[in-house]
Design a protein around this ligand. Structure first.
Ligand code: PGA
Length: 248
């Protein structure tokens, strides 16, 4: 699975063109879920372009309720009309906007109830890693985010160390694998080994066409969550093509 997280980038014309270019190159992609996550305002445009392709659509956040007085929010049933996926708990929301594990938990529950597949993000900061707290942080985020949730098969979690996001300094495959082992162990403890086996765990943080293979080569890493490198057609398609090459 390769997910492009456009964050707060693009204009209407560039969003349209990038989607169109990706569809021309990867529209018939098979064996890998390719998901584009544009800003809310471009969801409908992107959806209209990918409609005949195998590319899937995701949002970057969701509110935990529908049909309420919540100015500026977008509810799960509104998103479900357009999207299959939604990113929840991205570190930029946790750290810049104060999103808590409790909010993540409510959003995951609401998304699942509306038939949206969450892509739940977890990851430690550099300070936390250097203080030896990575495991505690990941355990807290997994339990906090998934408490009382019944995860479906194929549930998606993205491990994104905060220090690797947008820095050009990706984690090593060993670091990513070590953290993902903790994620899988906790999911297994909460939901059973069989369910954990089906979970898809992605790595995110400065993924490029040149380093994606080192992550996908590891059996426990099921894909990538891609930020900066998802904004250029050649770079994003290069990542997906590399993933396809490894699968072949
Ligand atoms: P990046 O962002 O690829 O630009 O590091 C990843 C993310 O934040 O999802």
């Amino acid at each position: 699975m390769i997910v492009g997280n456009w964050k707060c980038n693009m204009r209407l014309d560039t969003a349209f063109r990038l989607t169109d270019d990706i569809c021309q190159r990867l529209g018939e992609v098979e064996g890998i879920d390719v998901v584009l996550c544009p800003p809310f305002v471009y969801l409908a445009t992107v959806e209209s372009v990918i409609t005949m392709s195998n590319i899937r659509l995701g949002a970057q956040d969701v509110h935990w309720e529908d049909d309420v007085a919540a100015t500026g929010e977008v509810g799960p049933r509104q998103l479900e009309e357009l999207c299959d996926y939604v990113i929840i708990g991205h570190s930029e929301r946790r750290h810049a906007l104060g999103e808590t594990d409790d909010a993540v938990n409510r959003k995951v529950k609401a998304a699942l109830a509306a038939n949206l597949q969450p892509i739940m993000c977890v990851g430690e900061t550099l300070e936390e890693r250097e203080a030896g707290q990575m495991e505690t942080i990941l355990v807290g985020q997994i339990h906090g985010g998934l408490d009382g949730v019944e995860i479906p098969d194929g549930f998606v979690i993205a491990y994104e160390p905060v220090w690797a996001i947008g820095t050009g300094r990706a984690a090593t495959a060993d670091d990513a694998e070590g953290a993902i082992a903790i994620v899988r162990r906790e999911v297994s403890g909460m939901f059973g080994a069989a369910k954990a086996e089906t979970a898809r765990v992605l790595y995110g943080g400065s993924v490029t066409p040149d380093n994606i293979a080192q992550f996908l080569d590891r059996e426990t890493i099921d894909g990538g969550l891609v930020g900066g490198a998802s904004l250029k057609v050649d770079v994003f398609c290069g990542i997906v093509e590399e993933a396809l090459r490894l699968r072949a």
